[in-house]
Design a binder for this molecule. Structure first.
Ligand SMILES: Cc1cc2nc3c(=O)[nH]c(=O)nc-3n(C[C@H](O)[C@H](O)[C@H](O)COP(=O)(O)OP(=O)(O)OC[C@H]3O[C@@H](n4cnc5c(N)ncnc54)[C@H](O)[C@@H]3O)c2cc1C
Length: 390
């Protein structure tokens, strides 16, 4: 079937970024059309673990030493409880935002030094934390290996059930009159005088006043079709899902890039690998082995948990540690919101609100210069937000 339709705003990609943008636009009374080449909300945003950083006590204007990514993270974390409650009110679906608390742990002096540095940043932002003395770990998390060399407790660490968040966003967007079209892949753009005149799909063109590309790890390839360079290399991440008969873990446990995320229902996510494997999303034996070794070392009781399933997803990379949020160079009505790497779930509300500012022609509530799609990366000055990985 070939159809030709029109929509003022067309969003390409229905992961957490595209759906959050659709939701934020719909809250402004706009009715975007969102297109996804498969069922929306099944790629990285479904595969992620749902770690959400604690809310910083200081506001962005307090002069705290925020780097740009930390500022976006802090704002986004602050928006989460309100977004989550509003989505639940509107749809009856609970996105599962919970402040379960977490522990960041170290085995070696070097890792402890890194946590000590992170704690300085937490203090600057007014995030509550406590260093737990050896021998006292069980007070915050009884399942922790008592031989860990250091344990920092963050009582306000949060998590979200990302598949439920996606379901709530989809329902809310549709209720507010936006159009969600799954199984409709975008193949390119029709450009006219430095503007996108239409989005080309496998079943016809959709003319538009504005296009927003939020297609995760596929964004870079799509943007090339519009002559725009904003690479989003896929970074594969695997997760193993455990299930325990009795509650084995209460808090999120983080060790470097690895983490354990206990859900309300006895399930525990063990994540995540970081691999350069192209667009391959097959979980591997070696990936699962490494994750399970790490999990049992951190919490020996997990050895008795059952393995329920494994999966992998593709985080969208960028030229540095920051996402692209802004207008595409040379194409004035094309907005890019992509490249959120390990943090797309946590950064989604803030990203969506910034895109709304651009669409509505308002001054962005955060300086967008560090997120410009055509910025030069500064490798000597790491852009990544090391205070909270996920
Ligand atoms: C294992 C793992 C653990 C993670 N844990 C966390 C975490 O704890 N916290 C956190 O904040 N982040 C986490 N992340 C990162 C987070 O999941 C991503 O940053 C985020 O999901 C990216 O969202 P997105 O909407 O940009 O991309 P996606 O969710 O990948 O969505 C992109 C969408 O675009 C669609 N699309 C692609 N091409 C086209 C096309 N041509 N036409 C139409 N549609 C198209 C796709 O079908 C897809 O639905 C994790 C990621 C992984 C893999």
């Amino acid at each position: 079937m070939t159809t030709s339709t029109s929509g003022d705003i067309v969003i390409v990609g229905g992961g957490v970024i595209g759906l959050s943008i659709a939701y934020a636009l719909a809250r402004e009374g706009l009715r975007p059309i969102l297109l996804d080449r498969r069922e929306p909300g099944r790629e990285a945003s479904w595969a992620g673990a749902g770690l959400i950083p604690p809310i910083a006590d200081r506001t962005l204007n307090d002069g705290a030493p925020f780097n740009p990514l930390a500022a976006l993270r802090a704002w986004s974390s602050r928006l989460y409880p309100e977004w989550s409650a509003a989505l639940q009110d509107e749809t009856g679906i609970d996105p599962g935002y919970r402040r379960t608390g977490g522990v960041d742990v170290a085995w070696t002096q070097r890792e402890d030094d890194a946590l000590h540095a992170a704690a300085g940043q937490w203090r600057a932002e007014g995030i509550a934390w406590e260093r737990i003395p050896p021998g006292d770990y069980a007070r915050v998390e009884p399942a922790l290996n008592p031989e860990l060399s250091s344990v920092y407790f963050l009582p306000d660490r949060a998590q979200v059930r990302n598949p439920r968040l996606l379901a709530a966003l989809k329902a809310a967007v549709v209720r507010r009159g936006a159009v969600l079209e799954g199984h409709r892949a975008v193949l390119g753009f029709t450009l006219d005088g430095g503007r996108v005149a239409a989005v080309r799909t496998e079943s016809g063109e959709i003319s538009c006043g504005r296009a927003i590309v939020a297609a995760g790890a596929w964004s870079g390839g799509l943007l090339e079709l519009a002559g725009v360079r904003a690479p989003t290399p896929p970074i594969k991440g695997q997760i193993v899902l455990l299930h325990a008969e009795r509650p084995l873990l209460r808090r999120v446990v983080e060790h470097g890039k690895n983490y354990l995320v206990p859900r309300d229902d006895g399930r525990i996510l063990v994540g995540a690998t970081e691999e350069d494997a192209g667009f391959d999303t097959r979980p591997t034996a070696a990936g699962a082995r490494d994750l399970l070794d790490e999990a049992i070392r951190l919490c020996p009781a997990l050895g008795e948990a059952a393995i329920e399933t494994t999966w992998a997803g593709l985080r969208p990379g960028s030229v540095d540690g920051r996402p692209y949020i802004g207008i595409a160079p040379e194409v004035e009505n094309l907005i890019i919101a992509a490249g959120h790497r390990r943090a797309g779930l946590q950064l989604a509300p803030g990203t969506a609100e910034l895109v709304v500012d651009l669409v509505m022609g308002r001054a962005p509530r955060l300086d967008l210069a560090p997120f410009r799609p055509d910025r030069s990366p500064t490798p000597e000055e790491p852009a990544a937000d090391d205070a909270f990985r996920s």
